[in-house]
Design a protein around this ligand. Structure first.
Ligand code: ZN
Length: 284
């Protein structure tokens, strides 16, 4: 299933994408794609519905029908740094021996195609295409071999990063990672049964049509199960928490010389099976 949130910003309604790529309304069955609605029994109930019999929502998603973040009311937005061997190399950093864990403020979360706002005075705003993991069943001290049972679904994330605030202005990374609009998630949450191998997903990102990132989740250092298990040693995970799992090579700071976003550019990014995002860059 592909679950999504559509309609007016901040008042999105729950929906699902049917086989023909149209949106079906789920309002009669749940309040939001959020929290306890992502628990396994709730997802199982949604599976019993026949999409063809749900109300059809007018419009084409991501064209004349806008989508919001694919998960609402996110409690925690956790991120993993330097989690691709080839990306660690391009930044000149050593391959980490344990996952680097940081937070993105939940106020940074935005829809998949919303404008991305450059912080005032920013000259080093950068992009990072990433695989996002949405937690279903929560827990702490989760065993790695049981960890994938805690996944409600996967989604596309752009972990937008202001490099001066991240690395040149004193700790911590969170300063550069959490500006408003720095966390587009969606277009939809894809349940794990639709993903043949989460460790072999091609992913890419373009700015104004130039392809900067081209990678695969195959080069992740710590896989999804290990990340969930590891993060759950540091905190309890709750339904609807989102973990974004790091980026492959090709970020702006890795270019020679570095390239950063300016107002007026357009980012496009995607992961196979998880859809695409398109964001216009605007000055804040
Ligand atoms: Zn990242």
């Amino acid at each position: 299933m592909k679950l999504l949130r559509y309609g007016d910003k901040g008042r999105e309604k729950p929906g699902l994408l049917d086989r023909s790529g149209r949106v079906r309304d789920l309002s009669a069955h749940l309040d939001d794609i959020a929290g306890v609605a992502l628990l396994p029994d709730s997802i199982a109930r949604l599976r019993t519905l026949d999409p063809e019999r749900l109300p059809l929502v007018e419009g084409t998603p991501q064209a004349d029908l806008g989508l919001g973040p694919c998960v609402g009311q996110v409690g925690k937005f956790v991120a993993i740094g330097l989690n691709y061997a080839d990306h660690a190399a391009e930044t000149g950093a050593a391959v980490p021996s344990e996952p680097i864990v940081f937070g993105k403020w939940t106020s940074s979360i935005s829809g998949p195609d919303d404008d991305v706002e450059l912080p005032r005075g920013s000259v080093k705003t950068d992009w990072e295409v990433e695989l996002g993991v949405v937690i279903g069943e929560g827990g702490k001290y989760i065993d790695e071999d049981r960890a994938l049972a805690h996944v409600a679904g996967y989604c596309l994330v752009n972990d937008i990063s202001e490099r001066e605030w991240q690395g040149e202005r004193g700790g911590t990374w969170a300063k550069g990672k959490g500006f408003d609009t720095f966390g587009p998630i969606g277009p939809w949450l894809v349940t794990p049964d639709e993903i043949a191998d989460v460790a072999a997903l091609p992913m890419w990102l373009e700015v104004d049509g130039h392809r900067y990132q081209q990678g695969s989740t195959a080069t992740m250092i710590f896989g999804v199960a290990r990340i969930i298990s590891y993060v759950s040693q540091c905190m309890s995970l709750h339904p609807g928490d989102v973990i974004t799992t790091g980026t492959p090579p090709g970020v702006g700071m890795g270019q020679k010389p570095p390239v950063y976003l300016r107002g007026g550019e357009v980012m496009r990014l995607g992961i196979e099976g998880l859809g695409t995002q398109t964001q216009r860059v605007v000055r804040g």
